[in-house]
Design a protein around this ligand. Sequence first.
Ligand code: NAD
Length: 254
Amino acid sequence: MDDSTVIVTGSSKGIGKALTERFAAEGANVVVNSRDGARAEAVAEEIVADGGTAVGIEADVSDRAEVQALVDGAVEEFGSLDVMVNNAGNTVIAPALEMDPDDWRHVIEVNLTGVFFGMQAAGQQLVEQGTGGQIVNISSMIGQQGFAQRAPYCASKAGVDNLTRVFATELAEHDVHVNALAPGFIRTDITEQTQDAAGYTDEDVHRRAPLGRFGTMEEVANCVRFLAGGDHYITGEVLRADGGWMANAWGPDE
Ligand code: NAD
């Protein structure tokens, strides 16, 4: 990834932060993004202290003008863009029948509209450069399967999967590959902290996933790195990284 410029949205913590660290370790110029500029800059400073190249840029992915400023800021700082990772996401846990309309709209605006804006702004930049490039959207296994109490999340991720295919077909003539990664249950600080409210235990995941465990952020980073590297004949693909969960029709054995 030497000297490639990579933007990762929502990267002040969790999977996004792990992605920025991985890209920086491989020599990329990394743009850390958060709605809180100070948090983005703090992560960028950590990367620089570890010998990497990074800047932090504040932007809310649900605001088209801010996403444009994020892409423009990356180009201003590093000269061009090579990889856009649309990672920012959120969720609300509530029964569909009781879902507050504002909660519904907020999750859709960040997870679906935010990814659309990210692909649009990055896609325009990559087409204008004429260099080709890579867009990787972080979707979810539960964009492909219903999960109780996550109506807007499931709907948004299903939308991300099909938007990925639309952009892949439109941008292929510019050698811009557009793919998505759909993780299953990944161990992060947030999943650990919210697991009780989310209504499942470690053992539930260990029993249900054929690999018998959560995935790690490093394993997600390996997959995103592969897709972002671009040395493949893959576009319009949604790659699942779910420990075999969706391959396993039977489910838990008790
Ligand atoms: P996380 O909550 O730690 O990270 C999400 C990041 O997005 C946070 O830094 C948050 O501040 C940021 N964000 C939220 N709204 C934003 C906005 N409007 N603009 C900019 N940034 C915003 O969660 P995570 O587990 O690291 O999730 C990262 C991505 O991976 C999400 O898209 C999530 O849906 C997806 N995912 C996670 C798992 C998992 O098990 N952790 C599984 C499948 C998919």
